[in-house]
Each structure stands twice: as structure tokens, then as C-alpha cells.
Design a protein around this ligand. Sequence first.
Ligand code: C5P
Length: 211
Amino acid sequence: VLVTAGPTWEAIDPVRYIANRSSGKQGFAIAAAAAALGARVTLVAGPVALKTPVGVARIDVESAREMADAVRRAMPADVAVMVAAVADWRPKEYRAEKIKKRGDAPPALMLTENPDILTNVATAQRRPELVIGFAAETENMLEHARAKRKRKGADWIVANDVSGNVMGGDENRVTIISGDGIETLEEMPKAAVAMALMERVAASLRAEAAE
Ligand code: C5P
């Protein structure tokens, strides 16, 4: 099982970066749950202050491009759960020297698009049997999550409403959207969300194997 977690940092210059509020807690909990259920787990983690779950092989990265490379190298996998809050954009140009404050016009920050790791995994030649993406939304959650599942070629999308304090918090309420339908779980600790999700993953793999 291959899991991504945490934010990515996109460097502007040697001291500044663009980031987001992802704590990595949900992704780490998923890696821990998968390992507890007996899977061999690789966790590709952005910059977070979390302990490596027992039995998990962790690869630390900083930027989206580093994460994309690490994920490519960690394949093939039977299951990919892409939980990381990957920065959509990075500064177009990295400045090797610290940008100086001079004059009164602040510098313009030009952005360029990062690789979409989930889409890369879902369209890879040796695609994991089950590719799961997350959708952090603040509005029209289900509609956006359904569209995301199609657009990114994921098998399941786990949607969560991040307008509250999910990011950084210890509880989460998720809706799992698959080809078979929609299931909304109760709000519960992220560790319990992780176990519920990984139990469904295991059941799905068993069902596939039985066919
Ligand atoms: O489009 P959005 O970023 O909301 O999609 C979220 C899902 O896509 C998450 O599973 C996230 O890990 C994944 N993603 C990715 N690479 C990106 C952007 C998002 O893997 N560059």
C-alpha cells in the first residue's frame, strides 16, 4: 500500500515557501491502519512533525515534484491512497538568493502548475488495483468529489469538508464515493476513519480476488 500524506512546500527562495494547513494526521493514520492490517506500507510524507507509524517505510519529501518522483519510485503497489494536500502551484522561478526588500513595489510571484500525482498514479502503466484520492472541499462537497473521481481516474474519492478545523484537527467526517455508490461515515477520530477505510479496502481486494 502506497500512501502520500502532509502538505508540500514550494520554495520561493532559500528562506520562503508556499505551503498549506495539512497536518498529515489523516494520511499517517491511514498508513498505520494499513500496516496494522498486515500490508507492506510505503508512506511518502511532506514536511510534517509526526512520528513514523510502526511497521511503515517512510520517505520524506518537500515539494510536489519530489513527492511525484518518490511515488513513481515506490510503485508498483496494489493500493494507492493519495492523502497529501499537494500544492497545486509552485513559483515559476526559484530564486537562489533571498529576495531583497527594496523600493516599495513588492515582487510579483508568478506561479506554474505542479504535477498531479493522483492522476499520474491512476494512469500509470502498472496501475494499482485500487487508486484512492481525497477531496478536501469547502463547498458543494459531493458534486466536486464526484467530478474529481472521474477527472482523475480514481476508483474511490474520500471527500471531507475542510471548512471547519479538519486540517490539523483530530476528528474527521468523510464520505466515500466509489463506482458502487456513496457512504458517509460518522464523525470520528482520524485513526478510526483510517481503519474504517482500510477495512473497506481489504474487503474490496478480497472481493476482486474471489471473482
Ligand atoms: O484536485 P485536488 O487537489 O482537490 O485533488 C485532491 C486529490 O488529488 C488528493 O487525493 C491529492 O492527494 C491528490 N493530488 C495529487 N497531486 C496534486 C494535487 C492533488 O496527488 N498535484
